[in-house]
Write a protein that binds this ligand. Structure first.
Ligand SMILES: C[S@@+](CC[C@H](N)C(=O)[O-])C[C@H]1O[C@@H](n2cnc3c(N)ncnc32)[C@H](O)[C@@H]1O
Length: 205
């Protein structure tokens, strides 16, 4: 793997958090928030970028009623574990694959929704990632996001503990500005105004 990609991978303290049972409780809460904002009219197929251990994909499938969920991560070991943990009865409906969220291996307008549970702040070229999300999204598709900003992940403590890209990072104005440039409309119920992060959704016009 190139050095370029290595910079984006989690180190062990972050892995402890992602593997912990607390993480799934937080993800369930985030999913309830997404459900409260709204669901796409068509729910044929959803994409999750940076799926980690794959718990989000199961949540997306069960709670939003998509017929199919594709979930990807840059790390082969995480995708292997996600596949291993997947219940046999869900294998026809959920697929995990190794891929980079900056270069999505899908045709234009393939998905009714894309989910980002806290991965875009890991991505070196986050604008490219958002452009890719836009490219693969169908009109009226919904981008669900939960993201954090440098005051949370790059403060005195976490800067020493965790590994994240340091250049060209985004805060709310850059993140929402880029989505707006791409033609997304931020949906009512999105929790804005925090200096630490954002949770919400944007619909593609
Ligand atoms: C903070 S973890 C979040 C994992 C999971 N979404 C969750 O909420 O538990 C970030 C994940 O993004 C993945 N990741 C980082 N950069 C990526 C990229 N460019 N493409 C795909 N996945 C990436 C990491 O391997 C890691 O699994």
């Amino acid at each position: 793997m190139s050095q370029h990609n290595q910079q984006m991978l989690m180190n062990w303290p972050e892995r402890v958090w992602i593997y912990s049972p607390l993480r799934i409780l937080f993800q369930k809460r985030e999913m309830r928030k997404f459900l409260g904002i709204g669901v796409p009219q068509d729910r044929r197929i959803a994409l999750e970028i940076g799926c980690g251990l794959g718990r989000g994909a199961g949540l997306i499938y069960r709670s939003m009623g998509f017929s199919h969920v594709i979930a990807l991560d840059l790390e082969t070991i995480l995708v292997r574990r996600s596949n291993h943990r997947l219940k046999p009865e869900l294998r026809a409906n959920i697929n995990f694959l190794v891929s980079d969220a900056q270069f999505l291996p899908f045709l234009n307008q393939s998905f009714d929704a894309v989910f980002n549970f806290g991965i875009i702040h890991h991505v070196l070229d986050w604008r490219l990632c958002l452009r890719e999300i836009d490219r693969v999204m169908r009109p009226q598709g919904i981008f669900y996001f939960e993201e954090i900003y440098p005051p949370l992940y790059a403060n005195w403590l976490f800067r020493r503990m965790l590994r994240h890209p340091t250049e060209d990072r985004f805060y709310e104005p850059e993140f929402l500005g880029e989505l707006s440039n791409l033609g997304f409309h931020v949906m009512e119920g999105t929790k804005t105004g925090s200096k630490y992060g954002i949770i919400g959704a944007a619909i593609k016009r």
